[in-house]
Ligand binder design. Structure first.
Ligand code: AMP
Length: 192
C-alpha cells in the first residue's frame, strides 16, 4: 500500500489535493480535522471535548488524534493506500504513527510538503471561511494563531521525515491543476 502524508500549513490546499488524489489513484483519504468536525457535529462526548481546541485553532491532544488514526487503520484495511491529511502534526504523533503502521507491516512512503507563503495562506483561509462556515476560518486572529502553532509545533515534523529520506517539497501556489500536476509527479514515482 502507498501511504502518503500530505503536509503543510493550514490553507495550503491539503484537503483539495487529497480529494483529487483520491479520485485519480483510488487512494483512501483520512483527515483528522474532518473526523473531529464530524464528532462535533454529532455532539459526541469526544466532539464536545474537541470543540474548544478546534475553535481556538489549537492542536487537539496527541493521544486522541492517534486513537482516531488507529481506529481508521483498524476499520479500513482494503485499498491501494491512504492519504493522511493533517496528521501527524507533532513529532510525537509521527513517532507513534510509525509504531502503529509497523504493527500492520506498513510504513509512510512519502511526506509531501505543500509550500505556500504565509500571507497567501491567510487570504486563502479567509476566502474559504465565507463558504466553509468553519468557526476557525472566520477570524484573522484565529487563523494567524493556527499558522503560528503550525510554525512552532508542526513544521518540525518535516525534519523527522527528512531524516528518513521521505520528505519532498512541492511549491503549492498557482492553480489547483498546476499543484495537482506537481503532486501527481511525486506520487507516480512511488506507485507500486
Ligand atoms: P484541519 O482541518 O486539518 O485544518 O484541522 C482543524 C483543527 O483540528 C486543527 O486546528 C486542530 O485543532 C485539530 N486537528 C486536526 N488534526 C490534528 C492533529 N493531527 N493533531 C492535533 N490537532 C488536530
Amino acid at each position: 500500500m502507498l501511504n502518503i502524508v500530505l503536509f503543510g500549513a493550514p490553507g495550503c490546499g491539503k484537503g483539495t489535493q487529497s480529494e483529487l488524489l483520491e479520485q485519480k489513484y483510488g487512494l483512501r483519504h483520512v483527515s483528522t480535522g474532518d473526523v473531529i468536525r464530524k464528532q462535533i457535529a454529532a455532539g459526541t462526548p469526544l466532539g464536545l471535548e474537541m470543540k474548544d481546541y478546534i475553535n481556538r485553532g489549537e492542536l487537539a491532544p496527541d493521544s486522541i488524534v492517534v486513537d482516531m488514526i488507529k481506529e481508521f487503520l483498524a476499520t479500513q484495511q482494503e485499498g491501494k493506500g491512504t492519504i493522511f491529511d493533517g496528521f501527524p502534526r507533532t513529532t510525537s504523533q509521527a513517532v507513534e504513527f510509525d509504531r502503529i503502521l509497523g504493527e500492520i507491516n506498513e510504513q509512510v512512503d512519502v511526506m509531501i510538503y505543500m509550500a505556500v507563503p504565509e500571507e497567501e495562506l491567510v487570504s486563502r483561509i479567509l476566502k474559504r471561511g465565507i463558504v466553509s462556515g468553519r468557526a476557525d476560518d472566520q477570524s484573522e486572529d484565529i487563523i494567524r494563531n493556527r499558522i503560528s502553532i503550525y510554525n512552532r509545533q508542526t513544521a518540525i515534523v518535516a525534519d523527522y521525515y527528512r531524516a528518513q529520506g521521505k520528505y519532498v517539497e512541492v511549491p503549492s501556489t498557482g492553480t489547483i491543476d498546476d499543484v495537482f500536476a506537481r503532486i501527481s509527479a511525486v506520487v507516480d514515482k512511488r506507485i507500486r
